[in-house]
Design a protein around this ligand. Structure first.
Ligand code: NAP
Length: 280
């Protein structure tokens, strides 16, 4: 069974499905089987990163599927240790070689690492790689408004998306609003909060029961109604299908407000505040 996922258009014209598939920890042959299964369920947007060490696995699943390449959207990310211009350019090329792809649909700076202050150089490399046809759309992850503002001010090019930690315990209301006002799409990483106690939350259980849906489905529907592109990861074909089966019900305003009330100041999964946390 394959589910049709609606699409949106980014500020640079690239269309993207409103839900994608996370691949962190999906490596090797088991990983390629899991990603191939996800594509069969209807996922067309596949999220990898240089640092997941599975760009090759993603490339293999792209070769295994009968879905044409142009219908897929493959994302990868530039690690913090390669943010100087020359290193960024060769890392983008290495990402392509690893996956044996001619281009990535999306390439993102993985973390701003503001203390290093190299993300503008990295951004210039992404801009040039897009001009050279290696990338179709360029964006970032974990950027705060002050970092996003610098990209546009110092290079004239804004990000198409910002992939940020977003789940019911950390709903990023202000950051989402800022994205909306600046025509940048929000993408949600760890949309199921990495399957922590959000999946046994009483409020979410009540809402799920109202709709005869699972808590995961309610959370993923909530992302969709917020206008955020979620990228849930699952190694299980059954849970992959469960997660993508969210386009046949909707949450009403009261339910959306009940979920909004679950957010907490300290709701991040691993306390990774991009103002101070750096990843290489
Ligand atoms: N840009 C960044 O800095 C950043 C950071 C973190 C993650 N990411 C991206 O975001 C993707 C998603 O985040 P994530 O993998 O951290 O967390 P997630 O998608 O929120 O949760 C994944 C966990 O939930 C379980 N799960 C999935 N569907 C389920 C369901 N229906 N019922 C119960 N459990 C379920 C999975 O187990 P099974 O596999 O056993 O189903 C896995 O343990 C990553 O894979 C990665 O691509 C990006």
């Amino acid at each position: 069974m394959s589910i049709a996922v609606p699409e949106i258009t980014l500020n640079d014209g690239l269309s993207l499905p409103v839900m994608g598939f996370g691949t962190y920890k999906l490596n090797g042959n088991d990983g390629a089987n899991a990603i191939h299964s996800a594509i069969n369920k209807g996922y067309r947007l596949i999220d990898t990163a240089y640092n997941y060490e599975n760009e090759g696995t993603v490339g293999e699943s792209v070769r295994r599927t009968s879905i044409p390449r142009h219908e897929l959207r493959i994302t990868s990310k530039l690690p913090g240790r390669y943010q100087t211009y020359d290193k960024a350019v060769s890392t983008i090329q290495e990402s392509l070689y690893r996956a044996n792809l001619d281009y990535y649909d999306l390439y993102l700076i993985h973390w701003p690492n503001p203390q290093q202050n190299n993300f503008i150089e990295a951004w210039q490399a992404l801009i040039d790689a897009k001009k050279w046809g290696l990338i179709r759309s360029i964006g970032v992850c974990n950027f705060l408004p002050e970092h996003l503002e610098r990209l546009e001010k110092e290079t004239g090019t804004k990000a198409s998306i910002n992939q940020i930690e977003l789940h019911p315990f950390f709903n990023q209301e202000d950051q989402r609003k800022w994205h909306e006002e600046n025509d940048i799409k929000t993408q949600s990483w760890s949309p199921l909060a990495h399957a922590n106690d959000v999946l046994t939350n009483d409020t979410l259980k009540k809402i799920a029961d109202n709709h005869t849906k699972s808590i995961s489905q309610v959370i993923l529907r909530w992302h969709y109604q917020l206008g955020a592109i979620s990228i849930p990861k699952s190694a299980s074909p059954i849970r992959q299908l469960e997660n993508i089966s969210i386009f046949d019900f909707s949450l009403d305003e009261t339910e959306m407000s009940m979920i909004a009330a679950l957010t907490r100041q300290d709701g991040r999964i691993n306390n990774q505040d991009p103002a101070v946390y750096e990843e290489f």
